[in-house]
Design a protein around this ligand. Sequence first.
Ligand code: G4P
Length: 498
Amino acid sequence: MSQDVLSPARVNEIHKQAARRRTFAVISHPDAGKSTLTEALALHAKVIGTAGASSGKANRKETVSDWMQMEKDRGISISSAALQFSYRDTVINLLDTPGHADFSEDTYRVLAAVDCAVMLVDAAKGLETQTMKLFEVCKQRNLPIITVINKWDRPGLDALALMDELTERTGLQPMPLTWAVGISGDFRGVWDLRQDRFARFQRNNSGANIALTEYFTPEEAAETQGSNWTDAVDEAGLVIESNLEFDVDAFHAGTATPILFSSAALNFGVKELLDALVDFAPHAAPRPDVEGSPRPVESSFSGFVFKVQAGMNKAHRDHVAFIRVCSGVFERGMVVTQTRTGKSFATKYAQQVFGREREVIDEAYPGDVVGLVNASTLRVGDSLFLEGAVEYPAIPLFAPEHFQVARSKDPSKFKQFRRGIEQLEHEGVIQVLRSDVRGDQAPVLAAVGPMQFEVVEDRMAHDFSAPCGWNACRTPSPGFRRRTPCPRWPTCPAPRCC
Ligand code: G4P
């Protein structure tokens, strides 16, 4: 069906659906509780019955977001996918990001596909290295951030000191939406500033179920909580006085950040976060193309690939390309055009993928994520459209810091070796540098974090039956070139990038 001549009712419907979408990612320094919060959010949306088999990471090897063998073995999450659920009258698209800093390039790609980020800060550790890097990336992308101070059930830093650190180091103005009642380590609940009420949390089965919450008026809270309540009111008042009252425009402009307190492990403060997302987070809006002109959401279908993942379903050896829908309506079966090659791509197999869960998607709206199966021709950054060609901005590559020379362990498997390396490069698992001297026999692989090499080794052995070994590599000389040109060339500021 042509989407060029949409009826006014259809246009209205697309606007309505786009306005219902909240597409965001949870990001943090490793161990701040990202996976735990993802589970808690899913639990609140009643997607899963109980959050994680256990709150311990070592035991929690089959969370909703972890699937790869290496992820299971190490209890980390590398791959990203999207979880969609309804909350109130809103469709929430939660994009998963890898937990380990070595895969931060993957996280940055996901940030290109979301409209908002939830930054999780460990109450005991404050702003850590990766937290600061992520704040910086969000700032570059003008991405609004909701900051959640997590693990308040454990002894940690002082709330006001955390706010000072946030303002000084990120330049963002904190705007409390909730404030912890009880010091860190003695989390009783939160003052919900919007409703002016005390939400008292009750422990419930170590966070495996939604925490029971009771609500009290400020007077009742003062009576039962004494100085814990008055301290919370005073502290939040001080932050508001020295910063600003809640200002949704400042949040969307990326100059101020709403603040919430939580204990993801105990499921405290998770509902408040969902409510904040629904009430304040930006919805899917016209997305600028590579020239900077925004494509209206009601235009014909378009989107871009932000992630390619192969081998998610071992039985089928499939490639899944994850598309963020930017405009129009995606309808399963439609034949779209790939802007880079001008070739057609049939979308017969469209799925919603989260961890091992898969569901067929028949229709998707701006803000949604569609997993296109058997998409071996699609690459990260590719734009797709139905009618009215569009090219969305390329997703920047990061300057690699680690280099290894890959060699096929079995010379008779050289063909598979070359195909495997090429495929992993297209998926964005690793960057491949080319030298005319070395040729394809021993490509130099370049990574942002060394664990990327482990993924390559694992995938080469299991997905391509071409086990590979490594030779050390000095930082490559300028004679090496990327196979894929850096999208920021020739103005790329990254050292040794292009
Ligand atoms: P990540 O994805 O950001 O890397 O963090 P993840 O959710 O895996 O959480 C890291 C650890 O922190 C986990 O413990 C998890 O149970 C714990 N955690 C997460 N949120 C909270 C919280 O709100 N309160 C408390 N007290 N703990 C939380 P773990 O890996 O088993 O290690 P351990 O520190 O419990 O031994």
